[in-house]
Ligand binder design. Sequence first.
Ligand SMILES: [Zn+2]
Length: 443
Amino acid sequence: MQEIHENLFLSPEKLKILQLERFNQALYRCRSAELYRRKHSGCPLQINTLEEIVQFPVTTKEELRQSAPLGTLAVSPEQVVEYHESFGTTGEPISVWLTAADFARWTQQIEYCAIDFSPGDTVLVRFPYAISDPAHIVQSAAKKRGACVVPVSSRTVVSPHTRVIKLLHKLKATVIGCLPLEAILLAETAKLMGYDPARDFPHLRGFCVAGEMLTDSRKALIEKLWNARVYNMYGTTENGNIAADCSAGRLHAAEDHFLLEVLHPVTNKPVPPGERGILAVTTLTLEACPLVRYVTGDIVTLTPSGSCSCGRTGQILQHLGRYSDRLEINGTTIIPGDLQEAVLQTPDDLIGSLWMIGVTGSGLVIRAESEHPGADTASARAFLSGKLKIPVKLELVPIGEMFDRNKLLEVSPVIKPKYVANWTAENHYPRTLGQLLSGYHTF
Ligand SMILES: [Zn+2]
């Protein structure tokens, strides 16, 4: 294994000292940005303990949208070397500027992932190269470690799924970086091309995935499809990569770069340790666009690393989906992470790798492709209703009915997916995953 940064193994006491020092430096840098000059005008210039962070107001996505493109910039324009944007729910982009040192730090955060790029690796980077940043930093991390990068960008007509599979085979590629769903669609494409993804790519040693919530069951599903390890990464366009899988498959937070809080979704007050809440991030090292107590909108838990076999001391982050994607049905709240786990744990192997969910008012309809479309679903429905605590209807269809695999052979980009639709009117609900993938419905 390559050298890993010593900060991953700091004792809790030493980490607190580092975080406090870096927080006060970040606070100083923030004051050069118009947004924080205003927001922090009545706040202390520095703090003496990390607990004092609650004296600072949270930063919202809306504030970042309103501040774009220059209001969050804390350095002079001559110092920035890259610009990216993220799109929020309103469609208004958030601006992210990076200095050369910021880009190097973002690269290091990817290196924290135990995928451990090495000389001899051939890495297919299947994140979109346009506007967003993951493709660029994964590429940077792979090259820095001596790996060879093949930029097979997603969402472009230049590199359809079939071409990626041909390159995977021809180049004996060892790693693919992509969205979790993309790993599933690439496996489907490989099958259409006559390959067995679990057997015919023995040189493929792993995936590094990001950009979508990935529960343990979905990770296991992808690992089974490809007979290869899946390493998860969790980050946001505004912050960088906040947590990365260790060799034991646990998502450790990069606490030398980020001060993380878990807040109540309504009050923004910290929740008790280990409980679910919304992740708020303070960037400790970013120069160009530092953020203080930025409320990400993602539901997470943070738990101590305990005695993780990898030896890292960073807290374990569990990402359970976006708070705005939760379902409220007859007084029951269902969050995306619980929904995905329940679906994938459905007994008797009834649910295949592609499924989608509709909200019907009093309950849920789960429509899934299945190897056993005519099977009795009574015990599966009982399991799902029990897990989710609402009525669940299960609709099994033959493989291929929900998603036309021939689309994978076409030269057309696949957009970022959505899995949950509001099926308020029976005749309006999407019948195929293709309709969801193409953004046919709004959510
Ligand atoms: Zn670990």
